[in-house]
Design a protein around this ligand. Sequence first.
Ligand code: ARG
Length: 476
Amino acid sequence: MSKSDIPESEKDDNPTTNQSWGGRFNEPVDAFVARFTASVLFDQRLAQQDIQGSIAHAKMLEQAGVLSSSELAAICDGLQQIAAEIAGGSFDWSVALEDVHMNIEAALTDRIGVVGKKLHTGRSRNDQVATDIRLWLRDQIDSIQPLLTKLQQGIIELAASEAETIMPGFTHLQTAQPVTFGHHLLAWNEMLERDFGRLLDCRKRLNQSPLGAAALAGTTYPINREFTAAQLNFDKPTENSLDSVSDRDFAIEFCAFASMLMTHMSRMSEELVLWTSAQFQFIDLPDRFCTGSSIMPQKKNPDVPELVRGKTGRVNGHLIALLTLMKSQPLAYNKDNQEDKEPLFDAVDTVADCLRAFGDMIPAIRANSESMFEAARRGFSTATDLADYLVGKGIPFRDSHEIVGKSVAYGVDQGKDLSEMSLAELQQFSDQIEEDVFEILSLEGSVAARNHIGGTAPQQVRAAAQRALALLKTRN
Ligand code: ARG
């Protein structure tokens, strides 16, 4: 017996008997079980999408001759009133009605009478919820996109203005070779650019309409799935009804995107935290992004990047939660899938908040170019340049590596950087070293020499920033 067949007289007001499916039950659901199985406290977030989907479905039913035009008008009118009530916060949600779908349907029937009971014809909550989450996630993706774009723009613009600023580049967090700060920032942008691609990819794959799959096998009514798909701006109807109601891979894909993005932002966070420390002093963050200590008056803590770094854990957790939820589920719908929502909602909220925080904070970073330069001068960051110089004089690389290694050992002993040694001191290690060595031992010479696409030379950084900005402009 479907809900639409339940006579008004059988409507049970007992809050633990669900009027939508209570027909075959001899006793009310246990009060605890009713609460345990209810999802309305969290899935009410899908309300607007649920109503959108219902309106599209009702319009299709009218075209199919299942609803009359006056019935359609009553349903649409009732649903729109309910949508406004929910948006205004005055809607009375009932846990006894289990989920967002049944709350809205019950409210509709309360309002417009028995016609409301016809809405669910040719539909199941299984295709309904699969539609709602897709619509909801699509909306969220559309609002996350500009947040990511804004962050990228801030990073690229900062990179362009810091194209000449020299800092140490690290491997193993040990000073490796000098790089420009702009180059370092553009590395962040590359990570985010790929994340943006992953987000678009997720949107593309989720944008198909499951509506019409009904409970699992389709429906006997003469439905028009193309029509509802078009009404809801989906690219097309999904191909297989069993798959449509059961898989949540689109939510997993979003969480995979979110985890990757958070991982990237956690790497940025880690660097920001290091760079603001007294030991580095590479950058300053404005006070409004930091907090103090209740006991140590001198403290200015980089809380925003620390929190973003910390929140990566919960988003990674949500990805694992959804993967585990889906693992080994037999076709088709299983109630397990009700557990898809909270992880997905929280992943979306967390990513949006972190992007908003970073989008505001990054453009406000002040680079301390003297500290960066000084740090690059310590740590023999131009040692590779000296080795390359000797190769240019005809010495095989392995030998030049050895020569430079000895020079560095001498420098460590004497407390001198390579560029601070006299020509005579350097010539102890190779008579091939001449006066022109000092240019290549300078930090400016070192970065300028890496002058090719993807290299750290200021000229390349400026060009790369231009290209990156142009790419952002192609987004709509
Ligand atoms: N609240 C349910 C969910 O989120 C809706 C679908 C319920 N379907 C069912 N056959 N019990 O998954």
